[in-house]
Design a protein around this ligand. Structure first.
Ligand code: NAD
Ligand code: UFG
Length: 336
């Protein structure tokens, strides 16, 4: 299939492009590089040893999107492009609503115009809010605490309504848990701008000496060691989950959790990282972070039963691959 991958130069998109190419699909990337670099597209081609078509465009721009659909016979769209920083979304809600909602509307309009009926959407476990764990796809969604989360819940509703109005439209909504790690080549991975918000990139930067110590946000949660529990998933497992979702897509709306189903605490992750890489990670316990939930993880049976997909890589592989990428990443050297 010819797959249009929006946000394909980004963290999850780039890994998914590799999985798509390795599964024999052709890839057209549309990315405005607002949170990524064009070199990543080159690295994707190097790793997969296949060509990729790259459009540097903003997918909220309907004319620019139209050109791609006019030039290629697109068989399906995977829509990763979006802004994703929770804190920033509270400061700049309009940017988040505009970027994340308009992009979804523009792309689905183009799909309608050109008769493209396969659509895979990047959603997030954040849409479950503070539900009981594990999270099941059938649960009623609870309000999220920030505009970013609301853009995901709203996009899910918009796409669901569009699918219900068109009996041949096939939609897969993928709710990611906590993607971490990197391609095992160490060539591509997660490279956030500035100080990382998320745990794994913070840990790798402490290990590298770029940041002094990890701040563990609270050790008084009702969990095994008091620190927050999340369902970390290797980004290549997540990437392969997209290929499975695309290849098994049938008419109607399908929602899948993509996680491992296993919870890991902050301190367990730090310990696993130290053992996997034989390196010390200094940390201190500080106050809880506002808006954090104590513990959540996925029920993964639906993806297993319907897509034949389960995550294969364990927390050790996630830590090892995240560190391999961080060690190779030149940003540190260049910024010195
Ligand atoms: P990322 O920032 O690395 O990738 C997103 C890509 O989209 C970037 O390359 C960026 O330049 C591009 N982009 C943003 N707005 C665009 C626009 N209007 N037009 C064209 N390109 C645009 O983020 P990621 O971690 O790879 O996340 C991919 C998707 O998965 C996002 O929709 C995100 O909300 C969702 N998601 C991510 C996580 C996570 O923890 N990383 C968790 C749940 C859901
Ligand atoms: N944590 C720390 N110190 C840090 C960073 C995080 O102790 O410096 C802790 C958090 O308190 C939490 C755990 O590590 O217990 C994971 O935090 P992350 O920030 O890595 O991830 P979140 O679960 O808070 O959120 C992530 C994405 C969201 C997405 C959500 C669900 O940032 O966008 O996963 O997919 F919605």
């Amino acid at each position: 299939m010819n797959i249009l991958v929006t946000g394909g130069a980004g963290y999850i998109g780039s890994h998914t492009c590799i999985a798509l190419l390795q599964a024999g699909h052709s890839v057209i990337i549309a990315d405005n590089l607002s949170n990524s670099k064009s070199e990543t597209v080159m690295k994707v081609m190097d790793i997969a040893e296949k060509e990729v078509t790259f459009y540097e465009i903003d997918v909220t721009n309907a004319e620019a999107v139209d050109i791609i659909f006019k030039n290629y016979k697109i068989d399906g769209v995977i829509h990763f492009a979006g802004l994703k920083a929770v804190g920033e979304s509270v400061e700049k809600p309009l940017e988040y609503y505009h970027n994340n909602i308009v992009s979804t509307v523009v792309l689905t309009k183009a799909c309608h115009k050109y008769g493209v009926n396969r659509f895979v959407f990047s959603s997030s476990a954040t849409v479950y809010g503070e539900n009981n764990v594990p999270f099941f796809e059938t649960m009623d969604l609870l309000p999220t605490t920030n505009p970013y989360g609301e853009t995901k819940a709203m996009s899910e509703r918009i796409l669901t309504d569009i699918t219900r109005s068109n009996p041949i439209f096939s939609l897969s909504i993928l709710r990611y848990f906590n993607p971490v790690g990197a391609h095992e080549s160490g060539l591509i991975g997660e490279a956030p701008n500035g100080i990382p918000n998320n745990l794994m990139p913070y840990v790798t930067q402490v290990a590298k000496g770029k940041l002094e110590k990890l701040r563990v946000f609270g050790n008084d949660y009702p969990t095994i060691d008091g620190t927050g529990i999340r369902d970390y998933i290797h980004v290549m497992d997540l990437a392969e989950g997209h290929v499975a979702a695309l290849e098994n897509l049938t008419e109607g709306v399908h929602v899948y959790n993509l996680g491992t189903g296993k919870g890991t605490s902050v301190l367990e992750l730090v310990k696993a990282f130290e053992i996997a890489n034989d390196i010390k990670v200094s940390y201190e316990i500080v106050d809880r972070r506002a808006g954090d939930i104590a513990s959540y993880y996925a029920d993964t049976s639906k993806a297993k039963n319907e897509l034949g997909w389960t995550a294969k890589r364990d927390i050790v592989a996630m830590c090892r691959d995240a560190w391999r990428f961080e060690k190779n990443y030149k940003d540190f050297v260049e910024s010195k």
